[in-house]
Design a protein around this ligand. Sequence first.
Ligand code: GLV
Length: 329
Amino acid sequence: MSVQDRPRVLVTRRTFDEVLASLRERFDVDDNQGDVPLAPDELRRRAAACEGIITAVADPVTAALLDACPRLRIVANCAVGTNNVDIPACTERGIMLTNTPGVLDDTTADHAWALMFAAARRVVSSDRWLRDGHWKAWGFMDWHGVDVHHATLGVIGMGRIGQAIARRGAGFDMNVIYHNRNRLPAADEAACRASYRSMDALLGEADFVVVSVPYGPATHHLIGARELGLLKPTAVFINIARGGVVDDPALVALLKAGRIAAAGLDVFENEPALDPGFLGLENAVLTPHIASASRATRLGMAELAARNLTAALSGERPPSLVNAEVTPR
Ligand code: GLV
């Protein structure tokens, strides 16, 4: 295939040099190694001539974008979540959509646990206090937090990531409960040592509530003021799912009133423009949507997205096709 005939692809965000190099062996690649997020017009302009695009969580893949891309055959989202993509619009146009499941489960679960410990044991606020020069004398009655070990861990959403979070509970002698749209098969419950609860029962019983559900119309504000009101006063609330699953202003009000012990949050509605109420809260640990951000995992995600794109543009079925019902263009 001559250089001119090679399919054109766009990689919307900075990625690993080795992944770009392997894409360049087969494709005419437009990259964004400067890493300035592409505004919708710019994204549309640069995707217009492409047969494939590798997108990231903050790239809105809308029907209007797809209509501007008559040659497009695959959107390879470099994330497990696909809520940034209009999936029916892809399917209607014969465009394959892929994601990156599996490779990020353990790393994302680790981050949920990092937030659990950081929030429960006040790691970030005590660090900030120390650096600010407040440590004049050791205090027996200072910085009391809540115990993780032997507590009850409640996981809402028991997909692969939720199960990885739950499995880790055994290492800290936790009682693990879960809620999921569908109850898990007994063998999976046993592997996680987890017992099923209704959502309300879980919210009222768990010491640590971790939200790990995909975002979509069915889960928009799944955790609102009513649900948050069911939490124990000593509860620690963790969201590593997506902003939008939780009603953030309701959570801010709860934390401000000291109605629960703490929260650890990696995702926010309308991120990166999070509710400013979070910023003044000493009882909230906030991270900028980094749950999958170990080097090894981000490389694994980038490689899987590239494999998906390459397979689709070679006439093969990509390994992680989301819209399996699509009839490719
Ligand atoms: C990250 O949020 C992902 O969906 O992979």
